[in-house]
Design a protein around this ligand. Structure first.
Ligand SMILES: [Fe+2]
Length: 306
C-alpha cells in the first residue's frame, strides 16, 4: 500500500494559517481551561464565550471556520474535514496545543463531554486486549435521544505498524441507495443497543429506536446505525437485512486514510459515519508509549427546542 493511497484527500484538508496559529498562541495562556457545566456536560457558557471572542482577532480565523463548515455541514458533501492542527502541538506543546484546538472547535460548536468518567478529550486506548482493535463504520451514541452533532479525533501518534486507518462514509447517500422497502423497514422502532455507560448532555437512552427518523430534516436527524446493534439480531428478520443493506452501502462508499501527528478529523454525525481499521501486525511487542494514540471529543451545535 503506498502512502498516497492512504493519505488524507487534499480536498478535505483544512490548513491552519500562520496568523491563526499566532493568534491562538497570543491568547492561550490567559484563556480559561475548558471547564464543564456538570449538569449538561457542555463547556461552560462563559468559557465558550471567551473562546469565541478570540475568533474576531483575525479574518483568517473566520476563513478557517467557513472552510470547516463548507466541508462538514454541506448536506451534498461528505460531512467531514481534517484540520491540520500540528502547528499548535509544535508551537505550544501538548496541553496548550490541545486547549488551542478546543478553542478552534468551539468556533464551530460547543465542546461536550458526553461520556461520564472520562476527560473532555477522551483518550482512545490501545490496550493489550484490543490488539487489532478494528471499529467498523458507525455513528456515536445512536441509542440516545440526542446523539452528539459532531465528533472529532486528534491523532497524536499514528500506528507505527501502519494500520488503524480512519474510515468515513456519507450516511445520507447510503440511505438514498436503498430500496423503498428497506428504507421503510428502517423507520420502525425496533433497533436497540445494550450496555451503554452513563452519559451526559445526550438526553434519555432509547430502548428501541428507528435507524431513520423521517420526521426531521437530514441536518437535524440522524441515521442511527452501529453494527453493534445487529450483534444478537435475528438474521431472518427483514429489519436486520435492511440494516445490513445500509451497512453494505456505507462500506461501498467509505474512504480510508491515515491521520498524521496533529491531524484533527472532524465529522458531522448527521451526515457521516466513522470508524477505523485494524491496527497493523503484532501490537503486543510495541511499547505502550509508541502505540497509536488518539483523542476524541464530541460537540453540540445547538440546544434542542424544549
Ligand atoms: Fe465512534
Amino acid at each position: 500500500m503506498t502512502t498516497s493511497m492512504t493519505s488524507v484527500p487534499p480536498a478535505f484538508r483544512v490548513p491552519l494559517p500562520d496568523p491563526v496559529v499566532e493568534l491562538l498562541g497570543k491568547h492561550i495562556v490567559e484563556l480559561p481551561d475548558p471547564e464543564l457545566d456538570l449538569f449538561d456536560g457542555h463547556v461552560r457558557a462563559e468559557v465558550a464565550d471567551r473562546y469565541r471572542a478570540v475568533l474576531t482577532g483575525t479574518p483568517d480565523a473566520w476563513a478557517v471556520v467557513r472552510h470547516l463548515r463548507d466541508l462538514v455541514d454541506d448536506d451534498q458533501g461528505e460531512g467531514f474535514a481534517v484540520l491540520t492542527a500540528v502547528p499548535l502541538l509544535d508551537h505550544y506543546g501538548f496541553d496548550d496545543g490541545l486547549k488551542a484546538m478546543t478553542v478552534v472547535l468551539s468556533w464551530l460548536a460547543t465542546p461536550l463531554k458526553a461520556d461520564d468518567g472520562v476527560s473532555l478529550w477522551k483518550p482512545l486506548s490501545v490496550g493489550p486486549e484490543q490488539v487489532t482493535g478494528a471499529r467498523p463504520l458507525h455513528v456515536d451514541m445512536i441509542h440516545t435521544t440526542r446523539p452528539p452533532d459532531y465528533t472529532a479525533f486528534l491523532c497524536t501518534r499514528p500506528d507505527p505498524r501502519g494500520g488503524g486507518l480512519s474510515l468515513v462514509s456519507p450516511v445520507r447517500r447510503a440511505v438514498f441507495r436503498l430500496s423503498d422497502d428497506e428504507r421503510r423497514l428502517l423507520t420502525d422502532h425496533v433497533y436497540g443497543l445494550r450496555d451503554a455507560g452513563a452519559m451526559t448532555g445526550v438526553g434519555p437512552v432509547l430502548d428501541a429506536f428507528p435507524v431513520l427518523d423521517d420526521s426531521l430534516p437530514p441536518t437535524d436527524g440522524f441515521v442511527r446505525f452501529d453494527p453493534q446493534m445487529l450483534k444478537d439480531a435475528d438474521r431472518g428478520d427483514p429489519h436486520t437485512s435492511a440494516a445490513r443493506a445500509l451497512e453494505r452501502e456505507l462500506i461501498a462508499a467509505q474512504r480510508r486514510f491515515r491521520l498524521g501527528l496533529g491531524d484533527l478529523l472532524v465529522t458531522n454525525q448527521h451526515l457521516c459515519a466513522h470508524g477505523h481499521g485494524a491496527l497493523g501486525g503484532f501490537q503486543s511487542d510495541i511499547p505502550e508509549d509508541q502505540r497509536r494514540r488518539m483523542r476524541q471529543i464530541h460537540l453540540r451545535t445547538h440546544e434542542p427546542a424544549s
